[in-house]
Structure formats: structure tokens, C-alpha cells
Design a protein around this ligand. Structure first.
Ligand code: TRP
Length: 339
């Protein structure tokens, strides 16, 4: 073979290799580019049940995403599921999120978060107002979650709440605490409040219900035996505040709940967390994960430290309770009053 022919063959081989390379490059570009562009991430939101607090949290989540630049149905889609308090719904809905490969999932209330945690160890899960993430077995450590879960806790400022109750009821001897036996997060708070109240030399009586059907009877009995009532962030009772206060109002016993929405629904007062704001924080965490700015494993659980004073003046009037002057002043200055 002449030198020239060898050169030409060499050139042709090089050309084929180069063209092949360009072809493959374009193919891979064609494969990744349009999908990356058109795929709007879906966030699965699993809410345990409907009650005003959880509904506010969900509204807050949408606001938090919006605040971070996510327009709904354009930059992000939400698959919202409400389990209506049913454990088997929680399971099927969690599995649905895994099957549709959501970019992130949010659990509103402890049982929802636990169902999501059982369904996936990979998809990022953001806790929407979970009282005790570590105690519920959701994270190894609140500061260093370690796995695919992080989020927002709604642990309430219980010391401040007890102080407020004592301001309203300086002669109080016995405090009643009512909670649902199956609600783990409510049980945690009931226990904590029991300890605090005992330290304050109060007699504590704990009452439990198993569903909303028991509330009238249990609360009626409780109202005969206590001077005031404390209610933790209990999902069942939050869904039936009117039932609870109907029974306690009849005996003129005030109810001090843990959150804003439960004061608006007939509780007397609290120093509590704004449920909507907890949702906003949750939504912002979801946005940071979608953007790739943070990973659950290394994102500490967010705790809200200070509460706002919420006062229901209508309830005070109805029960014939005078609002202490300093409490009223603070409520007017920096709190929220239901008139
Ligand atoms: N913290 C509750 C849980 O972990 C959920 C919750 C948030 C809640 N805010 C509330 C319950 C207000 C009752 C009232 O399950």
C-alpha cells in the first residue's frame, strides 16, 4: 500500500470516530435536555385529618413555597392527600407518593410522617409541625437527622403556658389535662405539663379519650373535678374543640389549649405558636430541598422558640372570668384577641 493510501485510510477512520462521537453526544443531549426542562417536581403532602390547626399548616406550606419563588402548578405541583384520620389511608397514600416518585413529601402530624417514613428511605421527607421528631422515631438526632427526614417541630412553650394559666387562676388547686390515648404527641405534652404543674404544687388530674365520641362524657366529669383544663396539641380534640368547650362551659371551667386555632375555637387563652407560620417554615424547607440547597440528613429540625399571646374575650365574658390587666395589655400590644 502506498503511503498516500494509508494516510487516506487513517484520515477516514479518524473522521468516522469523530462523527460517531458527535452523534452520541447529540443523542445524550437530546435525552436529558427536554425532560429536565419539562418535568415539574411534585411534592406529596399527607395530612392526617382536617382540623383548623392542620388546615392552617397546609396553607402555610403553600405560602412558604411561594415565598421561595415557587408558583404552584408552574414550578411545583402538589399532590395533597387527606387521610381523614385513617391509618390504612396513611399507608396507601404514602405508597402512592413513592410510586409516583415525588421529589419530596411532607407529613402533617406525627402519624402521617411515620407512614411516609415507613414507605421510603430515599425520598426527602419534611415534617410539618411534628411535636417530638426524635421521640416518634423519625430522626436519630434533632440537630443531625442523619437520614431522609428533617422538618419543623411545633413543641409548645409549656412553661409560659402554665404561667399564663396561673395568672388567670391564682387560686387554682387542681388542673385537668385531657388528651387522646392514641395520640403520641399529645401524650408527650400531657406528661411534660403534668411534671411542670406538679412542680408548681398543683394537683394534676389526667383524663383520656379514645375518640371524639368520648369527649362530652369525659369532659363533663372532668369539669366537676378541676379548676381549669389544659389541652395539648391533640389532633382528635383539636378537631372537636366545640364539643369539649360545650361540656366545660356548662360548668364555667376555662380551657387553656396550646395553639392559636384552638383559642379561636373556644379556648380561653394561650401563649402558643402560629400554625400558619409553622407551615410557612415547612414550605421553605421543602423549597430548599427542591433547589438542592439542603439535604435532610444535615438539616437540623426547626424549633419555634417563642409563642404569641392569644386571648378569646368572648369566652372570658361567657365564663365571667376577668382578664388580668397585664395579660390584656400584652394581648393588645403584641398578641391576638378574638372579640
Ligand atoms: N404536633 C401534632 C403531631 O405531631 C400535629 C399538630 C400540629 C397539632 N399542630 C397542631 C395537633 C395543633 C393539634 C393541634 O401530631
Amino acid at each position: 500500500m502506498s503511503k498516500n493510501v494509508k494516510k487516506i485510510i487513517g484520515f477516514l477512520v479518524l473522521l468516522v470516530v469523530l462523527l460517531g462521537g458527535v452523534f452520541i453526544f447529540q443523542r445524550t443531549q437530546a435525552d436529558t435536555k427536554p425532560t429536565a426542562k419539562k418535568e415539574t417536581p411534585t411534592v406529596g403532602v399527607l395530612q392526617l385529618m382536617s382540623h383548623p390547626a392542620l388546615d392552617s399548616i397546609y396553607k402555610g406550606i403553600k405560602q412558604g413555597l411561594k415565598d421561595e419563588g415557587y408558583t404552584l402548578n408552574k414550578d411545583v405541583k402538589i399532590d395533597f392527600q387527606n387521610a381523614q384520620g385513617d391509618q390504612s389511608n396513611l399507608k396507601t397514600m404514602s405508597e402512592k407518593f413513592v410510586n409516583e416518585k415525588v421529589a419530596a413529601a411532607v407529613g402533617i402530624a406525627t402519624p402521617s410522617a411515620q407512614a411516609l417514613a415507613n414507605a421510603t428511605k430515599d425520598i426527602p421527607i419534611v415534617l410539618g409541625a411534628i411535636t417530638d421528631p426524635k421521640g416518634a422515631g423519625l430522626v436519630k438526632d434533632n440537630k443531625k437527622p442523619g437520614g431522609n427526614i428533617t422538618g419543623v417541630s411545633d413543641q409548645a412553650p409549656l412553661e409560659a403556658q402554665l404561667e399564663l394559666i396561673q395568672k388567670f387562676m391564682p387560686k387554682m388547686k387542681t388542673i385537668g389535662i385531657i388528651s387522646t390515648s392514641s395520640d403520641d404527641s399529645a401524650q408527650v405534652q400531657a406528661k411534660m405539663m403534668t411534671e411542670l404543674a406538679k412542680k408548681a404544687n398543683l394537683t394534676v388530674k389526667n383524663y383520656t379519650v379514645s375518640s371524639t365520641n368520648d369527649i362530652t362524657q369525659v369532659a363533663g366529669q372532668m369539669a366537676n373535678e378541676v379548676d381549669a383544663v389544659f389541652v395539648p396539641t391533640d389532633n382528635t380534640i383539636a378537631s372537636a374543640m366545640q364539643t369539649l368547650v360545650a361540656a366545660t362551659d356548662a360548668k364555667k371551667i376555662p380551657v387553656f389549649p396550646t395553639v392559636d386555632t384552638m383559642v379561636k375555637d373556644g379556648g380561653l387563652a394561650t401563649i402558643g405558636l402560629d400554625q400558619f407560620k409553622l407551615g410557612v417554615e415547612t414550605g421553605k424547607m421543602v423549597a430548599a430541598i427542591l433547589k438542592g440547597d439542603s439535604k435532610p440528613a444535615t438539616t437540623p429540625i426547626h424549633f419555634e422558640t417563642s409563642g404569641t399571646l392569644y386571648l378569646n374575650e368572648k369566652v372570658a365574658k361567657k365564663l365571667g372570668i376577668t382578664v388580668p390587666a397585664d395579660v390584656l395589655k400584652e394581648a393588645e400590644k403584641s398578641g391576638e384577641i378574638t372579640k
